[in-house]
Design a protein around this ligand. Structure first.
Ligand code: ATP
Ligand code: MG
Ligand code: MG
Ligand code: MG
Length: 562
């Protein structure tokens, strides 16, 4: 591409941008803002965006995901089916058509893809199936001030997988996880996969991919000695489904060996971070550590205990789950008093499961009272709290430190949250109707572009990794008015293109200083300068990252390229 007539407006300074990636993308002429959080990708910016998209595309295709394109406008009825028309909150852009029918400008596509599959796939024989798209998303973010890091209109790759059973979901989740590792490695990012909170989207099992950067809005708790890493956000939420999982799975089946344990030990035993147990409490019952899952405040009085207990019981147990997990008769919550509830729950749970799942700070006292006929001891091991810097790693005992991170990717096991709500079912091998088991997997393509810059820049501008650079080579003719120079540069330009190398040719009639400053700002990995020595058949190759340079014979230039 020739620079002379290109839309690449560079600026020496910008005033409005806080983030370095935002500043540099404005200054280097990659983007322009139309409104808060809404950007135009100029030709250079668009090339980078496409580079990232293509890497993501290759890795998605490699694991057998199929690319499609879903609509950006979603009828409100679909979002009402899952309750998210209201629950999604003010981030949802809503628009009306001429008949006053309401639509959402899609912030994510679980509803739309589930709607598609429920109409098209009705047999287990077609499963598993993974689909993805690369599409513009709309979210009316509260603080869209960081350039591409947080847009109100932004580009996302979102994938969705559909399964007949949990094992199949686990397998695809692993494939996606690995694909994400490949993608972010290829993009030249220093990143970590961290345990995450499922948040409003719901579901069990989720990791975020975090680019380590001070510009990040997330805080990650990381261990200095092992690969433990978690978003501290999850420290404040125990979602319904997570709680259920822990009770149905790890908490009950795994807590088996008697003995008093520290929070860290139990958390490590359960393979969750202690921060995941926050606002829950830990007891030892009959010598066994017991996980108590309570949502909310744990400075409790009797009324609060009651609320918490009811909350906890309800959270842990819709009727079916109670019966399945604890064998507790349905309807036991409500009419009976607090102590009765504790007793019933304690009896049932301990008898059935060898564990107890109720609680709050002062429940120990109540339990002492209600258990006369049984020989119970309940010791409060400790309040769970948010993980802090300097804490002991729940996995290995190493030291926890905090780092800032930019969330560039997120993988979720959704389970049947959407298929149940939307009645999306298939026939299993026995001819029985089952809801699809689902996963979803997002990457913020445009956010990735900004994240790469956050990690790859110096005081003079952007320093692109080759994989995402808008061009590989920046060819600069120092003085286009000089016939010799322009001739050599023109023929090199043709030769490089011929060799399939992506080259930007600075054929402008600007001063050398301007050209070099712009070149540094733009950040293209290899610079070839044709200057005063063109007549002797010599040019200079310079690497943007290291600043290393050497003189080479023009005739030999292609072989000399790194
Ligand atoms: P955040 O916590 O930063 O608001 P999120 O958890 O709401 O992100 P997801 O719903 O998990 O985002 O969406 C998948 C991916 O889309 C994110 O991992 C992120 O990379 C990207 N993304 C989300 N919101 C934005 C945004 N406003 N601008 C750019 N990229 C975004
Ligand atoms: Mg968000
Ligand atoms: Mg997030
Ligand atoms: Mg997320």
């Amino acid at each position: 591409m020739r620079q002379k007539n290109a839309l690449m407006p560079t600026l020496r300074t910008v005033s409005e941008a806080e983030m370095i990636s935002h500043q540099l993308m404005l200054r280097a002429g990659y983007i322009r803002q139309l409104a808060a959080g809404i950007y135009t990708y100029l030709p250079l910016g668009y090339r980078v965006l496409n580079k990232v998209s293509n890497i993501v595309r290759e890795e998605m295709d490699r694991i057998g995901a199929q690319e499609l394109l879903l609509p950006a406008l979603h009828p409100s009825e679909l979002w009402q089916e899952t309750g998210r028309w209201d629950a999604y909150g003010p981030e949802l852009f809503k628009v009306k058509d001429r008949h006053d029918r309401e639509f959402a400008a899609g912030p994510t596509h679980e509803e739309v893809i589930t709607n598609l599959l429920r109409g098209e796939i009705n047999s287990y024989k077609k499963l598993p199936m993974s689909l993805y798209q690369i599409q513009t998303k709309f979210r009316d973010e509260k603080r869209p001030r960081s350039g591409l890091l947080r847009g109100r209109e932004f580009l996302m790759k979102d994938a969705y997988s559909f399964h007949a059973d949990r094992e199949s979901l686990d397998k695809t989740y692993e494939d996606m996880y690995q694909a994400y590792q490949n993608i972010f490695t290829r993009l030249g990012l220093d990143f970590r996969a961290v345990e995450a909170d499922a948040g409003a989207i719901g579901g069990k099992g989720t990791h975020e991919f975090m680019v380590l950067s001070e510009a990040g809005e997330d805080t990650i708790a990381m261990c200095a000695s092992c690969d433990y890493a978690a978003n501290i956000e999850m420290a404040t939420v125990v979602s319904e489904t997570q709680a259920e999982e822990r009770v149905a799975g790890s908490a009950i089946e795994k807590v088996a060996t008697p003995g008093k344990r520290s929070i860290e030990e139990v958390a490590s035993f359960l393979q969750v971070g202690p921060e995941r147990l926050v606002k829950s409490l830990l007891f030892v019952v009959d010598g066994e550590p017991v996980l108590v899952l309570v949502r909310g405040d744990h400075e409790v009085n009797d009324v609060k205990v009651k609320n918490l207990l009811e909350g906890a019981v309800c959270e842990l147990a819709d009727e079916e789950t109670v019966r399945r997990v604890a064998g507790v008769p349905s309807g036991f919550v409500g009419p009976v008093g607090l102590k009765e509830q504790v007793k019933v729950l304690a009896d049932q749970a301990v008898m059935q499961l060898g564990s107890l799942i109720v609680g709050a700070n002062e429940v120990d006292a109540h339990l002492m009272h209600v258990q006369v006929d049984r020989d119970f001891t309940v010791d409060l091991v400790g309040d769970l709290r948010n993980i802090q810097e300097g804490d002991v790693c729940p996995r290995c005992g190493g030291a926890i430190h905090f780092k800032r991170g930019i969330e560039v990717g997120h993988v979720f096991k959704l389970g049947t949250r959407y298929s149940e709500a939307m009645n999306a079912r298939f026939l299993d091998a026995n001819g029985k109707e089952q809801p699809f088991i689902m996963g979803c997997y997002g990457i913020g393509i445009s956010r990735v572009v900004a994240s790469v810059i956050e990690q790859h820049h110096d005081e003079n501008g952007i320093v692109w990794p080759v994989a995402v650079a808008p061009f590989t080579v920046h060819l600069i003719a120092v003085n286009m008015k000089n016939e010799e120079q322009s001739k050599v540069a023109e023929s090199l330009y043709a030769e490089l293109k011929q060799a399939g190398i992506e080259v930007l040719f600075d054929d402008r009639l600007e001063r050398a200083g301007v050209k070099f400053k712009d070149a540094d700002l733009l950040g293209i990995p290899v610079r070839i300068t044709v200057g005063a020595k063109a007549g002797e058949g010599l040019a200079e190759i310079k690497l943007r990252r290291s600043g290393e340079s050497k003189e080479v014979a023009v005739a030999d230039l292609l072989n000399e390229l790194p």
